[in-house]
Design a protein around this ligand. Structure first.
Ligand code: MRU
Length: 348
């Protein structure tokens, strides 16, 4: 699936598959302005680190288009880009995408080509390139992982790090897809992933649609399944990886990693190098998004807890590097000590 993020430069509009409604309904959410795109990212019409990075890049193009004809276009655009970068705090891909656009803006200014129309064209070209590169990265992750997956393995994954969470193919599900395409006859266990059920609604939907055998499990059953020898390896995605390999991913990931260590099951993180934030020495510096209590206390608009009861809703947790067997990237496998293996990627 590669049509869940479509940019039409002639309108212009960013046309997104509304992931909130899956698997029951396939409806599009059309963003005509950068504000619409920020709303789509904040409310999780589009979600998953690479997917929100690519969407943010298109949002920058929409902002440049809106800036046309404004006297204050530079301050308008600056403000719009800042808002896009802050739409969700944990995934590094948002600020990464916006920084790329800021670099293009500075270069155009140096070359004396500075109009909103030029920036709209340049931002659009860059965003389309990022979208294509993300799919290529996911496929490279899949290829790099092939040596880790044996025939008939059962792979457990948490949340959705699939085609929907990227520009296409997926990171953790890129590992699954590559193994499946290589004829390894694997099966998948998808954690349901409370509170927003990305595993049940999205991972199960994607894999089922592609004919890859997937079984849904409630989050609480992970230890039981592992103890029965039903899981051969775990693969998850990442929202941000610190320079020492500590990895922020969907809440619940750290618990899965702890259980995998207990049962001696390999635990892999699959992510493009663009998800590594080498400016952060360790995971405790990663900003963790906290979302509305209602996501925990309600399901489909119905209360499942007494009114007035508070709820924790950390959207992500940070898995310590010592629980991660390897990080599967688009530039190959990284092994501990991660400060060294990650460090080597960033030497000039
Ligand atoms: O809150 P979400 O649904 O955006 O969280 C998504 C995840 O945690 C994914 O595992 C992560 O972004 C990796 S996506 C390739």
């Amino acid at each position: 699936m590669e049509d869940h993020i479509v940019f039409n430069a002639d309108i212009p509009a960013l046309d997104l598959l509304d992931q909130r409604l899956l698997p029951l309904e396939e409806r599009r959410f059309v963003c005509r302005t950068s504000q619409d795109a920020c709303t789509a990212i904040k409310t999780m019409v589009v979600r998953g680190a690479p997917a929100i990075g690519v969407s943010a890049a298109f949002a920058c193009a929409l902002a440049a288009h809106e800036a046309e004809g404004r006297k204050d276009w530079e301050s308008f655009l600056e403000q719009a880009l800042a808002e896009i970068a802050q739409a969700r705090p944990t995934a590094v891909n948002l600020s990464w995408a916006v920084e790329k656009m800021q670099g293009i803006w500075q270069k155009a200014a140096r070359e004396g080509e500075l109009t909103p129309a030029t920036l709209f064209r340049l931002f659009t070209e860059k965003a389309l390139a990022m979208q294509a590169e993300d799919i290529a990265s996911c496929r490279a992750i899949g290829q790099a992982s092939l040596e880790l997956v044996r025939p008939n393995d059962c792979i457990l994954t948490h949340c959705n790090a699939g085609a929907l969470a990227t520009a296409g193919y997926g990171t953790a599900l890129g590992v699954v897809r590559a193994a499946w395409e290589a004829g390894r006859n694997i099966t998948v266990i998808a954690d349901e992933t409370r509170p927003l059920l990305q595993g049940a609604r999205l991972t199960a939907w994607e894999l089922h649609r592609d004919g890859i055998p997937v079984t849904l499990a409630c989050d609480d059953s992970c230890a039981c399944l592992m103890s029965r020898g039903m899981v051969n390896l775990v693969v998850v995605g990442a929202d941000r990886i610190a320079a020492n390999g500590d990895t922020a991913n969907k809440i619940g990931t750290m618990g899965v990693a702890i259980m995998a260590r207990h049962f001696n099951i390999p635990f892999y993180v699959a992510a493009p190098v663009s998800t590594i934030d080498a400016s952060l020495a360790s995971g405790d510096l990663i900003p963790i998004e906290q979302r509305a209590r209602e996501e925990v206390t309600c399901i489909n608009g119905r209360d499942i807890a007494p009114q007035g009861v508070n709820a924790f809703n950390f959207a992500f947790d940070v898995t310590p590097n010592n629980l991660i067997t390897a990080i599967i990237t688009d530039r190959g496998l990284l092994y501990p000590p991660y400060t060294d293996s990650i460090g080597r990627l960033f030497v000039a």
